[in-house]
Design a protein around this ligand. Structure first.
Ligand code: 2P0
Length: 346
C-alpha cells in the first residue's frame, strides 16, 4: 500500500504588538489584533514531516524524538479541520486517494530548546498544519490555513507567513475572519535583525493560555489596553513597517511590551513574567538609545523573562558592544569603544 509524505518548516515569530486575551477560548479568538516579525528559518524553526497510508492503524506524533499524545483538544481540532478540507477536495475528484479517512504519522523537531520560552508552540502548530495541508494538496491560501493553525495556538497563525505579519482579530463569532495576513515580506525591510537574550531557559510559571484568561478576568487596565491603546497602535505599527521607520517601529514595540506586562502586573493576583535581569535589559536599551541620541534598539518580552532585541544590521556592533559589556562577556565587540564610553553602562 502506498505511503504519501510531505515535509515543511515553520519559523518562530515574535510579536511586536502582543496578543494577550481571548474572547473565545475554544476557537482561540483574540481580544485584540497583533503584529509580529517572523524570524529567519535558518535560526529558529520547527521541521515537521507527515505521512499517511491506508495501512496506518492510529494517528501518531513524535516530538524531538519522543512519542507525544495527539489527543489534546486543540490538536484534534486542527486535524479534524484539515481532514474536512481534504474530504471536500476528494469529493470533487474521485481519482484522489481517500487520505481524509486515513491515519497520520507526524515527526516534528525544533532546532532550539522546546522549553526555553521561545514561542515553540507557534512554530510547532504552524508546521503541523502546513505539512498536512501540503500532504493533502489543499488549494487554500496561507490566510485560510492560518485559521486552522490559530485553533492550535493563537500565535501559530502568524508563523504561516515570513516577514512582517498581522493577525486580524476579526469580528465574526465563528472565527471566519480571524486570520493572519502579510503586512510586508522580509525583503521589504531585510536590514531588520533580532537578537534573543536568554535570561532563563526554565519553563514559565504561568502558561500563556491561563495567564491571559486571568488577565481578562481581573485586570482593569486590560480594558483600556484592548479598547483604547491597541487598535490605534495596530494601524501605527503597520504604517511604521510600510515606511521602514525604525524609530517609530521601535517605540511602538517597546511601549507595547511594557503595556502587556503592565496588564500582567495589574492582574489580581499579579503575574510576573519579567525578572530583574529583564528589567536591566530594558534600562540598558534606553541607555543605549540615549547614548547615541538615536533609537537603534527595541526590546520586547513575551510570557517569560527572555528579551528579544530588534535592531538594524548597520547598528549591530554599536549595540552588541554595550550588551556584552554589561553582561560581562568579553567577545571583542568592545574594541571599537573607549573605556570611558563603556563605563557609562552598568
Ligand atoms: C504573542 N504571546 O502575541 C503573545 C505575547 C505571549 C505574549 O501568543 O493559548 O501560546 O495557545 O493561543 O499563542 C503566547 O500565547 O497562546 C502568545 P494560546 P499562545 O506572541
Amino acid at each position: 500500500m502506498s505511503i504519501y509524505t510531505a515535509s515543511t518548516t515553520a519559523p518562530v515569530n515574535i510579536a511586536t504588538l502582543k496578543y494577550w486575551g481571548k474572547r473565545d477560548k475554544t476557537l482561540n479568538l483574540p481580544t485584540n489584533s497583533s503584529i509580529s516579525v517572523t524570524l529567519a528559518q535558518e535560526d529558529l524553526r520547527t521541521l515537521t514531516s507527515v505521512a499517511t497510508s491506508e495501512s496506518f492503524s492510529q494517528d501518531q506524533l513524535w516530538l524531538n524524538g519522543q512519542p507525544e499524545s495527539l489527543q489534546g483538544e486543540r490538536t484534534q481540532h486542527c486535524l479534524q479541520d484539515l481532514r474536512n478540507l481534504r474530504a471536500r477536495v476528494e469529493a470533487q475528484d474521485s481519482n484522489l486517494p481517500r487520505m481524509s479517512q486515513w491515519k497520520l504519522h507526524i515527526v516534528s523537531e525544533n532546532n532550539f530548546p522546546t522549553a526555553a520560552g521561545l514561542a515553540s508552540s507557534a512554530a510547532g502548530f504552524a508546521a503541523l498544519v502546513m505539512a498536512i495541508a501540503k500532504l493533502y494538496q489543499l488549494p487554500d491560501s496561507h490566510s485560510e490555513i492560518s485559521k486552522i493553525a490559530r485553533k492550535g495556538s493563537g500565535s501559530a497563525c502568524r508563523s504561516l507567513f515570513g516577514g512582517y505579519v498581522a493577525w486580524e482579530m476579526g469580528s465574526e463569532s465563528d472565527g471566519s475572519d480571524s486570520k493572519a495576513v502579510e503586512v510586508a515580506p522580509q525583503s521589504h525591510w531585510p536590514e531588520m535583525k533580532a537578537a534573543i537574550l536568554v535570561v532563563s531557559a526554565d519553563r514559565k510559571d504561568t502558561p500563556s493560555t491561563s495567564g491571559m484568561q486571568h488577565t481578562v478576568a481581573t485586570s482593569d487596565l486590560f480594558q483600556e489596553r484592548i479598547h483604547n491603546v491597541v487598535p490605534k497602535r495596530f494601524e501605527e505599527m503597520k504604517q511604521a513597517i510600510q515606511d521602514r521607520d525604525f524609530t517609530r517601529f521601535a517605540e511602538l514595540t517597546m511601549r507595547d511590551s511594557n503595556s502587556f506586562h503592565a496588564t500582567c502586573l495589574d492582574s489580581f493576583p499579579p503575574i510576573f513574567y519579567m525578572n530583574d535581569t529583564s528589567r536591566k535589559i530594558v534600562k540598558l536599551c534606553h541607555q543605549i538609545n540615549a547614548f547615541y541620541d538615536e533609537t537603534i534598539v527595541a526590546y520586547t518580552f513575551d510570557a517569560g523573562p527572555n528579551a528579544v532585541l530588534y535592531y538594524l544590521q548597520e547598528n549591530e556592533a554599536k549595540l552588541m558592544a554595550f550588551v556584552h559589556h554589561v553582561f560581562q562577556k568579553n567577545s571583542g565587540w568592545e574594541t571599537k569603544f573607549s573605556q570611558g564610553d563603556l563605563e557609562k553602562f552598568s
